[in-house]
Design a protein around this ligand. Structure first.
Ligand SMILES: [Zn+2]
Length: 174
């Protein structure tokens, strides 16, 4: 449980962040919404390059969200063709405003992490809430077999995958 030294740097492309913001506003109706996150995880660094919406057949409830699987698979195929992005996690809203993964969420992530076909080492989840004034708050979590830990996410302007000298102030935080 003390492996926070292995925490990756996490970046999100502005377009993906914007999509989450636009979609998240729909949970003003009190029902959760969300989508998948696609990108790359090279062990040291996770880059979120695409975020999906819920899809037409998603089930939105007040305390859980079941994505439209066919929609997610379609997005995943497109993202793979575009820039070899893979399924690295998901985002969803918590209309309650509690931005920690629920027990329901943790059970779902545990199933993903134990599914040999998915071969996840870890899973990124971004939980999004709206303030009373309609502003968006979000907390990102890295979930592995043992634990879920909140992690900072930076917005990347020019992450094309091979930026050599990014001098991030917290790259050597242990
Ligand atoms: Zn949840």
């Amino acid at each position: 449980m003390t492996n926070s030294a292995e925490m990756p740097d996490i970046w999100i492309i502005p377009e993906a962040l914007a999509l989450i913001g636009e979609e998240a506003i729909r949970s003003r109706d009190g029902l959760e919404t969300g989508g998948i996150l696609l990108g790359t995880d090279d062990g040291r660094e996770i880059v979120v390059r695409h975020a999906g919406g819920p899809g037409a057949k998603a089930h939105r409830e007040s305390n859980r969200f079941l994505r439209d699987l066919a929609h997610a698979q379609q997005l995943a195929e497109l993202a793979w063709k575009e820039d070899q992005s893979q399924w690295i996690g998901e985002w969803h809203t918590h209309p309650s405003g509690d931005l920690s993964p629920s027990n329901y969420d943790l059970e779902a992530y545990a199933r993903h992490l134990h599914d040999p076909e998915l071969s996840f080492r870890r899973f990124l989840t971004i939980i999004v809430g709206l303030t009373r004034t309609g502003e968006i708050m979000a907390v990102a979590w890295i979930v592995d077999q043992e634990t879920a830990l909140p992690v900072p996410v930076a917005v990347a302007d020019d992450r094309e995958g091979t930026t050599a000298s990014q001098s991030s102030p917290d790259t050597d935080r242990k």
